[in-house]
Design a protein around this ligand. Structure first.
Ligand code: ZN
Length: 362
């Protein structure tokens, strides 16, 4: 299967934070024929081992989160409408009028829509204001709370954008959960590339849970794998649209990115400053393999690398990714070529780890 076909399969798989099992099984099935051993840990992280040519070298973990953002049912009204709250960073501007899937307690998915006041009856002053997610309501066609409950839908049930995947021009695709199924597809491609030429060090390819919820699912995978160094794979914010072109530099279709600064202060207080030897390895590998390499640095963003770096005696971490547009909307866009190029760069880096590679920062 091509990366685009795998990405399509992954994007169409519903997996809100905490309910990643279907996605985990699919990732495991793709990795199994390519890796020495694949298992799921207690939280649902997928952990696959690819042995290196020299097991004495530092151990590496390359990981990307499998979960996606969504909503949680908060209250079922007596007239059958459903109120939700957010699970992850939801852009409230895009919500009214969207199709949704609601997961009932027996694990089945049910179609619903976010209602929007009839346009003909919307006064001018309401047309230009954004409603909070807590003031929206979900319509599944039910006429009463009993009808909703009969389907197994109660407070606590997760809700996601209706999964979508469509091809655009060239090698570009659009749909739901490009963040971060692009990285999951990348993990499969890395495993495939290791079949052609193995890594120098042992590499664990890991699909993680809970990133969009509390960023800490990956932490538990790191406690099993005990890596010395780690590459985190996630989207970066493509700056090639007119609304972001003066803010960042990364451009879709121009190859993989390294994340050189992430920080989130409000409540979370975490971030990642890159491990410089890993960054130098990324630059050297890109040069030697004629790969482009873009730089991305942003405030207000956090990845699960921030938590991995604090595990054990400390883990050398580098954020890596591929540019994506319209993040956290149901029409995220990416260029599949960037995902393939990211995989090639990561595989190349792992083939270049040697006994002189410093896992310390200095
Ligand atoms: Zn992400």
């Amino acid at each position: 299967m091509s990366t685009k076909e795998i990405l399509k399969e992954f994007m169409l798989t519903p997996a809100p934070s905490g309910y990643e099992s279907e996605m985990a099984c699919k990732l495991k099935a793709h990795l199994e024929p390519l890796c020495e051993e694949v298992h799921l840990d207690r939280l649902g992280n997928v952990i696959a081992k690819v042995p290196g040519t020299n097991p004495a070298l530092p151990r590496a973990m390359i990981f990307g989160h499998m979960d996606q953002l969504g909503f949680i049912v908060r209250r079922v009204e007596s007239d059958g409408f459903i109120q939700v709250d957010r699970l992850g960073g939801i852009p409230e501007k895009v919500l009214p009028g969207l199709q949704l899937l609601l997961r009932s307690e027996d694990g089945k998915w049910h179609l619903g829509v976010f209602g929007n006041k009839a346009h003909h009856a919307t006064p001018a002053e309401e047309k230009y204001k954004v409603d909070l997610v807590t003031s929206l309501f979900v319509d599944i066609g039910a006429k009463s709370a009993d009808e909703v409950h009969a389907l197994g839908i109660y407070p606590g049930c997760p809700v996601i954008y209706r999964p979508a995947f469509e091809e655009l021009c060239g090698n570009r695709v659009t749909g739901t959960a490009v963040d971060n199924r692009g990285a999951c597809a990348c993990l499969v491609e890395i495993a495939r590339l290791f079949q052609e030429a193995p890594p120098a060090c042992d590499v664990y390819l890991v699909g993680t849970v809970w990133e969009e919820f509390n960023l800490r699912g990956a932490m538990m995978a790191a406690r099993t794998v005990k890596p010395d160094l780690a590459l985190s794979l996630d989207v970066t914010l493509a700056a090639d649209t007119r609304d972001l072109s003066s803010k960042f530099e990364d451009v879709m279709g121009q190859g993989p990115c390294v994340g050189l600064y992430s920080f989130h202060g409000r409540g979370t207080l975490n971030g990642t400053l890159p491990h410089e030897p890993l960054f130098r390895l990324a630059k050297r590998t890109a040069k030697e393999t004629n790969s482009p390499l873009q730089r991305f640095a942003a405030l207000g963003i956090l990845t699960d690398a921030s938590y991995i770096q604090l595990e054990g005696e400390g883990v050398a971490c580098l954020d890596m990714g591929f540019p994506a547009r319209y993040t956290h909307t149901p029409v995220e866009v990416c260029d599949v070529g960037d995902i393939d190029a990211l995989a090639a760069l990561c595989a190349g880096m792992m083939r270049r780890i040697d006994e002189n590679f410093p896992v310390g920062r200095f």
